[in-house]
Design a protein around this ligand. Sequence first.
Ligand code: FE2
Length: 244
Amino acid sequence: MNNDLHILTVKEIVTQNFQTAAIFEKYSLDFCCRGGKTIEQACAEKGLDAASIINELSAVSAGAAADYSRFTEWPLDFLSMYIIINHHTYVRNVLPTLFAHTQKVSTVHGANHPEVVKIAEIFDRVAADLQKHMQMEEQILFPYIRQLLDAQQGKRMLTRAPFGSIVNPIRTMEEEHQVSGDDMYEIRRLSSDYVPPEDSCMTYRISFQELQEFERDLHQHVHLENNILFPKAIQLEEELFAKN
Ligand SMILES: [Fe+2]
């Protein structure tokens, strides 16, 4: 297992066993947008000890497989529905509260802690970007994946989408994931890994906890799309058009 962990990329390790995501999260190692590196490469960039992280990952990999590991087995329509119901709904539900909390902290504490003003500005952009992004997925990309599945099952004719190959909207979605991922990483950096200062009030502390949870959920969400749903949808489209 240790040998495998040396060879595989970070995103491949998480795709094989989703329980490992918590370890990458703990060390702030990206497994979704920039997950195409080996552990050694990712650790070298952050000055982390790759050997001890590989040991932690081995312990998880040796344990019982969790339900999470079945993401790769799910039909693509079920996986996209799960992404909408679990992740998109979560984002829409928490955005108003998180927006209110980050704005309040910015107004009340911005003079003493200028970083919270910047955090509120960045989060405002993340919220706007993600709302447009999720709408695009729900109205254009995911329905097209459903059409591909229907064509595969003989329920409809295979037709080219107005956007050409599915590779085109997926490239846009991946670029948008990267922008929001980078924004959340900047929030993490500005907040010193979500550690509030000694003099912070309850709203300040809660907003940091909420931002940390939001980033963790976004990593899972983007992992399911970038590393599982999108590559499988591209492969399905290629196979279907190759036959026709
Ligand atoms: Fe997405």
